[in-house]
Ligand binder design. Structure first.
Ligand code: ATP
Ligand code: NNR
Length: 224
């Protein structure tokens, strides 16, 4: 069985400084269940690494590995390099990589240094990890399960400020580009009716790990 998991997310959770839909505190609990969404620094990489340690025959593809070279990133009218748009990623190359896994998960695993357990059932799992996983049509229908991590705006902005990317964020990028793009793609994803399992990125790493592991195991059982 081939099983593809998406661990998506961007930065944040419902609302932001200029979001009229931002819930009040009383509605917070419901919002992460039914209308949450997320962005970078939600904890995707941390969760993915924890899952990789325990899931058998499990490979991973990171969307960040498919950023185009810096000189191919457009500069917007806002003056910022447009890192957070789909056009800045070579999604065709990412799709080809996923297709390589689909055509031979065993060969793909070996080529990527993932040990294949011969005693395990013939289940192979692929985790796709990234911030714009559910906006590229050719990939959207391939997932067996789509997860979406969310953290509140302030937490996300704070976590991002602690990160150092290969290309450091210029001042104002978060509010001027990252956040607005997140909102745009989230609206599109919702309008397209893409079904996701929302995860509260404010939970502890351990809690998130156990929640997703259990969900994947249940989902696998239902398929076999
Ligand atoms: N559940 C958690 N609780 C608190 N902090 C967390 C949690 N998960 C991750 N973090 C921290 O948040 C930061 C971002 O985590 P991580 O790199 O996993 O996020 P990401 O969504 O993969 O980010 P990016 O979009 O940049 O790839 C790291 O400093 C990490 O240690
Ligand atoms: N990986 C990179 O080269 C790079 C460069 C500049 C910005 N980013 C940011 O990565 C996040 C996704 O993980 C996006 O929000 C980009 O802004 C990445």
């Amino acid at each position: 069985m081939k099983y593809i998991v998406g661990i998506g997310g961007f930065q944040s959770d419902p609302g932001g400084p200029s979001d009229p839909d931002r819930p009040t505190e009383g509605t917070q609990a419901a919002s992460h269940v039914c209308s949450a969404y997320s962005m970078t620094n939600g904890g995707k990489t941390t969760l993915t690494n924890n899952l990789l340690k325990v899931l058998p025959n499990c490979c991973v593809i990171h969307q960040d590995d498919f950023f185009k070279p810096q000189d191919q990133i457009a500069v917007g009218e806002d003056g910022f390099k447009q890192w957070d748009v789909l056009e800045s990623l070579d999604m065709e190359a990412m799709l080809s990589t996923v297709q390589a896994w689909m055509s031979s998960p065993r060969k793909f695993a070996r080529a990527h240094g993932v040990s294949v357990r011969l005693d395990a059932s013939d289940t192979h799992i692929l985790i796709l990890e990234g911030f714009l996983l559910y906006s590229y049509k050719p990939l959207v229908d391939l997932y067996s399960r789509r997860y979406f991590l969310t953290v509140p705006y302030e937490e996300c902005k704070w976590r991002r400020s602690k990160r150092s990317y290969a290309v450091p964020d210029p001042p104002g990028l978060f509010d001027g580009h990252v956040w607005p793009m997140y909102q745009k793609y989230k609206r599109e994803m919702e309008a397209n009716g893409v079904e996701v399992v929302y995860l509260d990125g404010m939970k502890s790493r351990e809690e998130l790990f156990h929640q997703v592991l259990e969900d994947i195991q249940n989902s696998l059982l239902n398929r076999s």
